[in-house]
Design a protein around this ligand. Sequence first.
Ligand code: GDP
Ligand code: MG
Length: 229
Amino acid sequence: EEERDQEYLFKVVIIGDSAVGKSNLLSRYARNEFNMHSKATIGVEFQTQSMDIDGKEVKAQIWDTAGQERFRAVTSAYYRGAVGALIVYDISRRSTFESVERWLEELNSVKSPRGWGIQDRLGLWSIEFGGVCNWVLGLSFLGSWVASFKWWALVWGVLIGRAHSDTTVARMLVGNKCDLENIRDVSVEEGKKLAEAEGLFFIETSALDSTNVKKAFEIVIREIYSNVS
Ligand code: GDP
Ligand code: MG
């Protein structure tokens, strides 16, 4: 009984250069709609879509940028908590394919921050400040109290690091607008090769004629489900 009531809600983000068809992929999937003259901002942050996997209702909360990608201003809040991502390019515009690496880097850096985090800095700072208190100011009581903070910072850092590295993001490279075969600028082989090199799923879609749109989202959602169950 209890198992049947369990809720699955996954956050999925759509990223990629401006005008590759992100909003139309989502509207095609969620509402079976396509807009030839879609505005950058649709005013909706996300759409929730349900699907059935092994008799369980799995909901995907799919986030679309409200055009921030134009200004390279997609914030970390957009990525926070995401367990799936569609990285979209336009097969008729090579520059959008060349941007994929940058989008992957951004996605990776938010999920698993490299270098010095705030907790490491606080730890270091507390060691130094502790030293100053001890040796310069002669306040040994205060110094050792402050220095002990580094252990909290360390524990905190490990916990945060663990939480980040435990999160597997199901990633799909999406070559959209495959209906534009006559002006194709990126071959299927190139898309496959990049996906293989980066460990991503790969699919070509058309939000215009619906090719593979449902499939693209469902593969990602199934992969997330198998990652968590
Ligand atoms: P976004 O900026 O990535 O959200 O892109 P939009 O979804 O707003 O689409 C940008 C433009 O590309 C619009 O004019 C769409 O009509 C068009 N478009 C989106 N998907 C397709 C597609 O699969 N095929 C074709 N031919 N045009 C598309
Ligand atoms: Mg859009």
